[in-house]
Each structure stands twice: as C-alpha cells, then as structure tokens.
Design a protein around this ligand. Sequence first.
Ligand SMILES: NC(=O)N[C@@H](CC(=O)O)C(=O)O
Ligand SMILES: [Zn+2]
Ligand SMILES: [Zn+2]
Length: 347
Amino acid sequence: MTDRLTLLRPDDWHIHLRDGASLRHTVADAARQFARAIVMPNLVPPVRNADEAASYRERILGALPAGGRFDPLMVLYLTDSTRPEDVRAAQASGIVYAAKLYPAGATTNSDSGVTRIDNIFSVLETMAEVGLPLLVHGEVTRAEIDVFDREKAFIDEHLSRVVQRFPTLKVVFEHITTRDAVQFVEETGTNVGATITAQHLLYNRNHMLVGGIRPHFYCLPILKRNTHQEALLDAATSGNAKFFLGTDSAPHAQQAKEAACGCAGCYTAFAALELYAEAFEQRDALHRLEAFASHFGPDFYGLARNTEQVTLVREDWTVPAQLPFGDRQVVPLRAGETLRWRLENRA
Ligand SMILES: NC(=O)N[C@@H](CC(=O)O)C(=O)O
Ligand SMILES: [Zn+2]
Ligand SMILES: [Zn+2]
C-alpha cells in the first residue's frame, strides 16, 4: 500500500474565493493546495469586464499570506449585455482565461446571468475566434423541470446546440454530476472538457438525505443517485484527458447553510487533494490522480504544467468543526470527521 504520493502541484479549474474579509481565509486555503485556480466571477455585482477582473485579482493577491505563491486565473461573467468588445479586451488583458455562462437563476448569484443563450451568440463567436474558453454551469432553470433532471435537460436543449454551432469553441462543462454529462463529453470533440468535484465523486444523494437532511452536502448541481456517482468515478479515474479537477469549493457562512432555506455550495478547498485522493483510492486509481489533478487541466487550457511538487502522506487527521471565514465561520465538508490523507505542508 502506498503511504506517500508525490505529484506535480495541482491547479483548481473551478473555485469560488468570494470577496472582502473572506479572501484572507479562502485564498490561504487555496494557495496551500494549488498553484493556480480559475476564479469564479459570481460576485455581487459580478465580474463583467477586464477592469473588474483586474481589480478583483488585485484584491485576491492582496489577501495572499506573506511569502505565499498563487496565480488567480480570472473569468468574465457573461450577461445579456456582454459585447464582443468585452471579450477582446479580456483576452488582451492577459489576466482573463475564460468566460462563464450562468443561465439566469440557475445557482448562487446568477441573477445577472444569461436569459437566452442565443442572446450571446455573437459573443461566443468572438470567444471561438480569440480562443477564450466558455465555462458552463449546465442546468436549465424552468420551474417544471425536476431539479435532478436539470443537467440532462441542459445538454439536450442547449449544450449540444452550442457545441454544434461553434465547433472550434473550447467548452468546459463545469462540475458535471451525471452519466449523461460524462457521455456527452466523451462523445464530443477534444475542444470539450469537464471538471469534476470531490463531493460528486465521494457522495450521492443518499448521503445528503438518508437519516436526516445534511445541508453541508447541498450544492448545485445537486448530488445525484449512486449510478451517476459511479459514472463520474469511472470518468475521473479513466485517464481520459477531457476530465480534470475543479473543486467548485463554494463557501457560505454557517448560518446561511444551516437555515430553513440553505445556500448551495460545499467548502472543500481546505483539503481538496486529500478528498480527491480518497475517491481515487476507492477505485485503486491513485496512480491516475496526478494526471487528473495536475496535467489535464493546463493541457486543456493550453498552459504550461506546474513544475513544483507536493506530497500526500497516509495519515489520519480530524477536520475542524468550523473554519474561519472572514468575520464569520464556514463548516467544511467532512467537519469533525477523519481524513485518511494529509498534504505534507499542512499546518
Ligand atoms: N456550486 C454551488 O452550489 N454553489 C456555487 C455556485 C455554482 O458553482 O453553481 C456558489 O457560488 O455558491
Ligand atoms: Zn455552478
Ligand atoms: Zn461553482
């Protein structure tokens, strides 16, 4: 049995760092694990153009602990009024690496999202032309569609159409949760990839709903049945370069999660690699972790792989019941429970 696992330092291709006082904590946690991260733009108001991305990036770097190294890769938030010029300016800025499609109303802070994908076709055309990847929260929002079916409906109604219409556009289907999404990504061209979270590899909806409702497992897209979890585990451990690490670490203050109407999002960045290692080990696939975590993401984005290494050691440790989150607290995934792997530089 392997007791130490050394791999290239990973990157996180989907993270929420939030803003303001929380940055001090979210950035420190991310920087301990990752060299770079694709930083989600769903602030209020969202990050809509290169200038807003540049100032958010400065706030993130300003929150980095002394001596810390971390490269935030910024993302534009597409709205109905995003223009092709915004895409060109973002590409020219050198700090924006993608643009994100949130269907309006699909998830946390998506009110300014796109109401009809056809509204942004000229923007998508420019993105394809300049080589800026499209990141997608793939869920329809129509009230009559069951929450467990919203990802599949998005593929059928929208994503397949977008991919056909813009065959050279790079697309990352974010935080996929279904066998349908795995199959769609497998069957489309090499310009279409997907991120997979640790929680969707480790859990299914029973973990969230059997024996009591557990708000800290609630995220969007929602955990699905175990057959979908199995399909995601197959994909992540397959060695297929289209599937790579994106934590979707999405902290909300404890009171906002443990509420009559709790927010969606799991906080995982504090132990992301440890959580993924647990999932890969379930499949005897630890030898596939490095490529998933550290090779396929930069390869897809056309960036150099990292050169520094990190080491995971087999050592039990207990996840704290809470972690500081600005002037509040966040309950991390697995709070109070034991993790079997530990990143060597963990304090
Ligand atoms: N994943 C989540 O459940 N929540 C994310 C938004 C998102 O990625 O959809 C958040 O910003 O809280
Ligand atoms: Zn999302
Ligand atoms: Zn997210």
